[in-house]
Design a protein around this ligand. Structure first.
Ligand SMILES: Cc1cc2nc3c(=O)[nH]c(=O)nc-3n(C[C@H](O)[C@H](O)[C@H](O)COP(=O)(O)O)c2cc1C
Length: 290
């Protein structure tokens, strides 16, 4: 981050350093600038807060820089007046660590149908991963509590979302896994709503990688999709949405299995060799160097 101001404050015999710094993230999103105010003493950060230029609507007469400068000024006054009171009120809240299961592979089963075609694909994927000796879990967005992203851009201040729901564990699982498999049916030329909620909320993972500079490395992604209509064109939105999602969080799209014309049958098990195709795709993905 680039320094904007740095003040040394001595209050009740202790010296503190108050800084305001900024990070230009316009290479990620046009015009996005992040500001951080922090107070440290003896090399330890005691209080921290931030804001960014995407948090302010054009109808609000505020700019991120002015808000950050005002915050720095107010903090300085409070620190000078009563450092104990200030520090008690601005204690750094630790980010809640994910408590969910972590595995080598994460499968996201995007269909709301628990026993539908994508569920069968997810089951075959689990068998194929187990055959390689790796661990795997299946995440069903439809069964989980995932609030829609509200576009507040607060995640570009802290790397975390304002909502505390099942996404914390989902991002924890994706962060740990080396392979992400997304199974999705085609719903009105796109992905089902529950899966889209999960995809959008992974913006916090993208924000975390952006502001810390710790990009996800060496992760791969596979897309398995089923459409009722015949023809590969029906997958164009699915593949563009899921590939964009993967790239957004540093996962390299590494393969796809797109199965069309599975509507009348309503049972993907009628198709020959599909289970073997999945096993081959998983094996190939792990064996390939990049
Ligand atoms: C709400 C809804 C919208 C759908 N839209 C499309 C579509 O746009 N194109 C298509 O080819 N199939 C469409 N389908 C058919 C599904 O893609 C197909 O039935 C698929 O096999 C369902 O997979 P699942 O059993 O994993 O849910 C739609 C199905 C539903 C329920």
């Amino acid at each position: 981050m680039d320094p904007v101001l740095r003040h040394e404050i001595t209050s009740r015999g202790t010296s503190y350093i108050l800084t305001l710094s900024k990070q230009d993230l316009s290479s990620v999103y046009p015009g996005l600038v992040r500001y951080q105010v922090s107070v440290s003493s003896g090399g330890q950060v005691l209080a921290r807060s931030g804001t960014n230029s995407y948090e302010y609507s054009p109808t609000v007469p505020l700019t991120a820089e002015q808000v950050a400068r005002d915050m720095a000024e107010a903090w300085e006054r409070k620190l000078e007046a009563d450092p104990e009171k200030f520090l008690a009120a601005h204690k750094i809240q630790g980010v809640k660590a994910p408590t969910g299961v972590v595995t080598d592979v994460v499968v996201i089963q995007g269909s709301p149908r628990a026993d539908g075609n994508c569920s069968i694909l997810a089951g075959w994927t689990v068998e194929a991963v187990h055959a390689t000796g790796r661990t795997v879990q299946v995440i069903y967005p439809h069964d989980l509590n995932i609030h829609a992203c509200i576009g507040c851009y607060q995640c570009y201040n802290t790397g975390t979302c304002t909502f505390e729901d099942d996404m914390n564990n989902i991002i924890g699982a994706i962060r740990h896994a080396s392979l992400l498999v997304v199974c999705s049916p085609v719903y009105t030329n796109s992905v089902p709503g529950d899966l889209k909620l999960l995809i959008d909320r992974c913006q916090a993972y993208h924000a975390d990688q952006t502001i810390t500079g710790h990009a996800a490395n060496g992760k791969k992604g596979l897309i398995l999709s089923v459409a009722g209509r015949k023809g590969k064109t029906h997958f164009s939105c699915i593949t563009s949405v899921i590939r964009a999602f993967m790239r957004n969080v540093g996962i390299k799209p590494a393969g796809e299995l797109l199965i069309d014309g599975v509507d009348e049958a309503r049972d993907i098990r009628n198709l020959k060799n599909l289970k073997e195709d999945i096993r081959a795709l998983i094996g190939k993905t792990f064996n390939r160097k990049n």
